[in-house]
Design a protein around this ligand. Structure first.
Ligand SMILES: *[C@@H]1O[C@H](CO)[C@@H](O)[C@H](O)[C@H]1NC(C)=O
Ligand SMILES: *[C@@H]1O[C@H](CO)[C@@H](O)[C@H](O)[C@H]1NC(C)=O
Length: 643
């Protein structure tokens, strides 16, 4: 019941105004057909619980986002690199006065006094605190408390309705049908956390518990097929660059509490591979009380953060890396908490709650972050790499589109947003696929299960490759088929962006996949991912205590994303050093024909899942490894030619 106590506020509302009858027909605005895996309905939500309702207004001009983004990101555009400032973005996309007034008038006529209706700073949301009874009447919905089998509760309804004339003004209403639960890994068995929720947003890293050949020889390229080290990656991707504009540049890596790095682990790694970094930590940005906790220590708690920082920091040294640590130890956080921290206009007014369970701050639970939500607290880094993801069926389309548009706005600002594409090939986390009859994720599902946010056309999704066993850094890599399979496929939600059209259509033409429309969105109109790839197998990570001072091998697109982030950071450095802008949203460039020579096309391996061999890596773009792996020197040369 912690959530409920967190949002129950002792307010006494005045009597409602007499509500004029709503003549307009109400229509279903969003609907969920099933409960997400692990959740079941526990009980009716009490009538007097106060819910912090947020009415997300349709933003203006979002239909122009792709065009605007292409204008500053396409290598042939005369405006290449002319990124926007935050005010321009807020002005362009703020909801129209008409939308604000239409929704406000509806709320008012339904009995909410004007002083109860608050417009958020960015003008994107109308916020109202309302009782369950009021909300159920307004939205023709029924609210229940849901319980997760591993503990934790969540409030949701199955569907809700709004007057038909308001549908064009409303994106989404929260809390309603979504289960975008916060990122909280399973706690260690002997620890009791009050928030024991299933992580529906997952790390993209796997260990087999294997040790590296120990100790791995830093500069040896002899065993890169068995142990990946920073030098293996430098050799693979032709990446030998020493940053010179570090004061002007920035590289952000995102972690979600209680995921945390251990300095001892970093130092073990640095001692072997980058001695100048021993004792060095990332610049720590705490979002919503984010802490690098040291109380729980295990692969589950430290593996992801250790990997991301050991490689990220080593590959860009002496560039300082920024760590965005999101969420306190009790509530946790999700992608929207990070976005709130980067963009004040994405936050709700009064630093308020996001009842979509993105992490509600202030968190008044014992040990919680009892301060206002982190809202616009930090200027986004030039490159931001995230090695976590979720699955398309777990959230509504409206929710995903809204978040995706926010990534697009960061692209307009000149930020490169990288996400790992998932580790289960065409399947989702835990190998779950979609039951075509219900749309639900199930163990025996037959429909491919797209990743989120890799499905978003405004992020750069990074898949995984491997050095084939017995091969060297000089041989072509294949798609990763050890322990994990590169996440890839086609969205059921997002349409194909223009920048990938030629490549995706030629993939369908030259290599038609042997699967039916029941198995994946084969309309040739859907967003395909990943966009590119980098090695994701056999990474040596330092794990001071758990592995007896030795090095552990890990696998995953979690490895790939920070490596690509490091390369892009190098390119930004070289551009900043000569007075140019960072590269920002890279997809229009990397898909452009001129850039093709800067990628190693991956043509072997596949991404099995859902009882199929998955897609196959072929010449040209494919939904396993994208356009291929990067060649830094060539990318640098191309990007230095651009304005
Ligand atoms: C999956 O298994 C369940 C339970 O055995 C069954 O009801 C369902 O039809 C199966 N679904 C598919 C797509 O095979
Ligand atoms: C496939 O993608 C297109 C383009 O986004 C979309 O209109 C269509 O509904 C999708 N089909 C399925 C079955 O999801």
């Amino acid at each position: 019941m912690r959530f409920i106590s967190a949002v129950v506020v002792a307010l006494s509302f005045g009597l409602s105004l007499a509500s004029p009858s709503l003549e307009t027909r109400r229509v279903v605005h969003e609907k969920r057909n099933f409960d997400p895996p692990g959740w079941s309905r526990a009980r009716k939500l009490a009538d007097d619980v106060v819910l912090p309702m947020r009415f997300g207004l349709k933003q203006s001009n979002v239909d122009r986002l792709e065009e605007l983004l292409m204008d500053v990101s396409h290598p042939e555009s005369p405006n290449y690199g002319n990124h926007w400032d935050p005010n321009q973005i807020a002005d362009m996309f703020a909801p129209s006065q008409e939308s604000i007034e239409a929704v406000r008038a509806w709320l008012h006529s339904a009995g909410f006094a004007p002083e109860r209706i608050k417009l958020s700073n960015g003008r994107g949301w109308l916020d109202v605190k309302a009782t369950t009874a009021e909300v159920e009447k307004l939205l023709d919905a029924e609210y229940h408390v849901y319980a997760h089998k591993d503990g934790g509760e969540h409030i949701a309804c199955n569907s809700y309705s709004v007057p038909s004339h308001l549908r064009e003004h409303i994106d989404i209403i929260l809390p309603t049908v979504n289960f975008d639960t916060r990122i909280t890994p399973r706690p260690s068995s002997n620890k009791k956390r009050s928030t024991e929720r299933k992580a529906s947003i997952n790390k993209h890293i796997v260990t087999t518990g294997q040790k590296a050949k120990s100790p791995p020889v830093p500069s040896s390229l002899a065993n890169c097929d068995e142990n990946i080290t920073p030098d293996c990656l430098r050799a693979l991707y032709n990446f030998n660059y020493k940053p010179i504009a570090t004061k002007k540049n920035s590289y952000g890596i995102v972690e979600y509490t209680p995921q945390a790095f251990l300095q001892g682990d970093l130092d073990l790694f640095f001692g072997n591979f980058s001695p100048s970094l021993v004792g060095k930590s990332p610049t720590f940005i705490s979002i919503d009380g984010g802490v690098a906790q040291t109380e729980d220590q295990s692969f589950d708690f430290n593996g992801e953060s250790d990997l991301d920082l050991e490689y990220g920091m080593t590959l860009v040294a002496p560039q300082q890396v920024t760590l965005y640590q999101a969420g306190d130890l009790v509530m946790g956080a999700s992608f929207n908490n990070l976005l709130d921290a980067l963009d004040a206009s994405y936050c709700t007014f009064e630093g308020g709650d996001d009842p979509n369970f993105d992490g509600i701050y202030p968190d008044n639970q014992p040990g919680g972050f009892n301060q206002p939500e982190s809202c616009g607290i930090v200027k986004p880094a030039n490159v931001i790499s995230t090695s976590y993801g979720s699955q398309e069926p777990e959230m509504t389309a409206a929710y995903q589109i809204r978040q995706c548009n926010e990534y697009g706005k960061l692209g307009l600002l000149g930020v490169t947003i990288l996400f790992s594409s998932g580790d289960n090939g065409v399947a989702g986390f835990n190998g779950l696929c979609i039951d075509p009859a219900t749309g639900q994720e199930v163990a025996n599902g037959t429909r491919f299960n797209p990743d989120f946010p890799g499905n978003c056309p405004f992020v750069t999704a990074v898949g995984a490759t491997q050095i084939n066993p017995g091969s060297t850094v000089n041989d072509p890599e294949g798609a990763c088929e050890q322990v994990i399979f590169s996440g890839g496929g086609f969205s059921d939600i997002f349409a194909m962006p223009s920048y990938q059209k030629d490549d995706v259509l030629s993939f369908f033409k030259n290599h038609p996949p042997p699967f039916s429309a029941a198995q994946f969105n084969n309309s040739q109109k859907a967003r395909g991912y990943p966009d590119l790839a980098a090695n994701g197998a056999n990474y040596v990570i330092g794990r001071e205590k758990q592995i007896d001072g030795e090095f552990e091998l890990v696998f995953g697109t979690s490895c790939s994303s920070p490596v690509v982030g490091s390369l892009i950071t190098g390119i930004n450095d070289a551009r900043l050093a000569i007075g140019k802008k960072p590269v920002g949203f890279i997809n229009p460039a990397i898909y452009s024909p001129a850039f093709r020579i800067a990628f190693n096309d991956i043509t072997t391996g596949g991404n099995q899942g859902c009882g199929t061999p998955g897609f196959t890596a072929v010449s040209g773009w494919d939904p396993v490894t994208g356009v291929g792996t990067p060649n830094f020197e060539r990318l640098l040369a191309l990007w230095l030619l651009l304005p």
